[in-house]
Design a protein around this ligand. Structure first.
Ligand code: MG
Length: 158
């Protein structure tokens, strides 16, 4: 067994769609980034890479590479899952913590879990997604950013 932790933060800006966990969430702002800036899928990818000591998504997908401009993070995650498989591991479960002042994520949690389960090949009950606010504190509390942590457990497939 291996365990990995992933973390990501992206700035919330006007004029971008808000995509979290592969799901577009209606909101007046979206996350800024070179790709679609899906901080949930980025944190998942980093947790998987971390468990296998394969580096981080910045090494896989440099943010100055035009190839990844506006890339769908679901495509990036699928490349990471292939690399993890190549290294001889597969995910067992993951626990995701999204820290977001607004919008309220409660109505979208199930759709995000379903999409993540689809992308990772995990069953729905192996994908936990928790959402919390920052109680008005810091950049997240001021609605300037969304922050995500993910812990993943992996098992050897060899
Ligand atoms: Mg990111």
């Amino acid at each position: 067994m291996r365990i990995g932790h992933g973390y990501d933060i992206h700035r919330l800006v006007e004029g971008r769609p808000l995509i979290l966990g592969g799901v577009e969430i209606p909101y007046e702002k979206g996350l800024l980034g070179h790709s679609d800036a899906d901080a949930v899928l980025h944190a998942i990818a980093d947790s998987l890479l971390g468990a296998c000591a394969l580096g981080d998504i910045g090494e896989f997908f440099p943010d100055d590479d035009p190839q990844f401009k506006d890339a769908a993070s679901s495509d990036l995650l699928s490349v990471v899952i292939d690399a993890v498989k190549e290294a001889g591991f597969e995910a067992v479960n993951m626990d995701i913590n999204v820290i977001c002042e607004a919008p309220r994520l409660m109505p979208h949690k199930l759709a995000m879990r379903e999409r993540i389960a689809e992308l990772t090949g995990l069953s729905l009950d192996s994908v936990s997604l928790k959402a919390r606010t920052a109680e008005g504190l810091g950049v997240v509390g001021r609605c300037e950013a969304i922050e995500v942590h993910c812990t993943s457990l992996l098992r050897s497939i060899n």
